[in-house]
Design a protein around this ligand. Structure first.
Ligand code: MRU
Length: 362
């Protein structure tokens, strides 16, 4: 069973908050359940929430279609879409997927009634089918581009063996619809016999590294060693790390990278130790409207995620807390960005613009 599965009527999500202790699935038949699952990180990782949002909009569209007249139906749909988009503000794949489906719906609206006939019911049924097809396409594309990214990333390490790679958070199968972004590259290196060890940062405060990265690598028989976030410097100083590979939640046109809180620290450490720092992310993670990482909205989450762990209090009552879910690594720290269309190197303003042009012209 995949962590995200659509059966035509419901979206079935593996509840990642329960891992690794238990494997529980949530059957979402209402888009609000998907919105809650995204907000609560039951489904998480930038590409995965984009895929989940696509299916949530199928459910939203079906609900909207059952309301009043044509205008009420479309108004309700766009309201639902906006609510869904606001659940997590940093990962641009969510907004990208919602916008992709909304663009399709706008086209349906423009075509509806263009032939002068009053056959709204026929157009509506067609529009619902097209929304579902679009959601399935987003899902299937993610699978394919994970594989392309893995191959592109592995080429960086051609001819090398015994690689020891550090990763932060979880950018694996659980965070995508496929084999993962950063972990996709790592899987490819493992398959090629080039990998010796993955070092997985625990990733405070919600332990995506400890709970999820080690879980999925361990299950696949890929050698993994867990370390707490504050041990990364030690591991680098000891010469245990050959390269860092992480995922991303948003990349600007200058190559600044938003990813799980703590990534920036890892990048600074890597530079200080002369270790290359790679980011693996698909085209849908680039924000072509932003140049500087300073303009990326950073999601600030509930202080309880820091003061408590799985219901157990770890800080005094009432203590003020800072809980940003992401930080931004400036492009100077990024050795290369691995995409499904190949590896981008500095100058990122140029290489990212080239990627954008190539994709637009396809
Ligand atoms: O808060 P999360 O768990 O959704 O954060 C996830 C990350 O930061 C991942 O590294 C990123 O989304 C890339 S996933 C392929």
């Amino acid at each position: 069973m995949n962590s995200i599965e659509w059966n035509g009527q419901a979206l079935i999500l593996l509840d990642q908050t329960k891992l690794p202790v238990s494997e529980e699935y949530i059957h979402c038949t209402d888009w609000r359940q998907v919105a809650e699952a995204i907000k609560m990180l039951r489904v998480r990782g930038a590409p995965a929430i984009g895929v989940a949002a696509g299916y949530a909009l199928v459910l939203a569209a079906r609900e909207a279609a059952a309301q009043g007249d044509r205008d009420e139906q479309f108004t309700a749909f766009f309201e639902f879409a906006n609510t869904l988009k606001a659940t997590r503000p940093t990962a641009i794949n969510l907004a990208w997927a919602v916008e992709r489906v909304c663009t399709l719906v706008r086209t349906c609206i423009e075509n509806n009634g263009n032939d002068g006939a009053d056959n709204h019911a026929v157009y509506l049924a067609d529009c619902l089918d097209r929304i579902e097809a679009e959601a399935i396409a987003i899902n299937e594309e993610d699978l394919a581009l994970n594989r392309a990214m893995a191959k592109a990333g592995a080429r960086i390490f051609e001819g090398r063996r015994g690689l020891r790679i550090l990763t932060h958070c979880n950018a694996g199968a659980l965070a995508t619809a496929g084999i993962g972004t950063a972990l996709g590259v790592i899987r490819e290196l493992h398959a090629n016999g080039q990998l010796s060890m993955v070092y997985a940062d625990e990733t405070r405060p919600l332990l995506q590294g400890a709970r999820l990265t080690t879980f999925e690598l361990h299950q696949d028989g890929i050698p993994v060693t867990l370390l707490t976030d504050n041990m990364a410097a030690y591991a680098m100083q000891q010469g245990l790390i050959d390269a860092v590979i992480v995922g991303a939640d948003r990349i600007t046109t200058e190559g600044d990278v938003a990813n799980k809180i703590g990534t920036y620290g890892v990048a600074v450490l890597a530079k200080a130790h002369g270790i290359p720092f790679y980011v693996a992310a698909p085209y849908s993670t680039f924000d072509f409207t932003l140049a500087s990482g300073k303009d990326i909205p950073i999601e600030i989450r509930d202080s309880r995620e820091v003061t408590h762990f799985q219901g157990c209090q770890t800080a005094p009552d009432g203590v003020p807390v800072l809980n940003p879910a992401f930080d931004v690594t400036p492009h100077e720290y990024v050795s290369a960005i691995i995409t499904e269309a190949g590896v981008l190197y500095p100058d990122y303003t140029k290489s990212i613009a080239r990627l954008h042009k190539e994709v637009q012209e396809r």
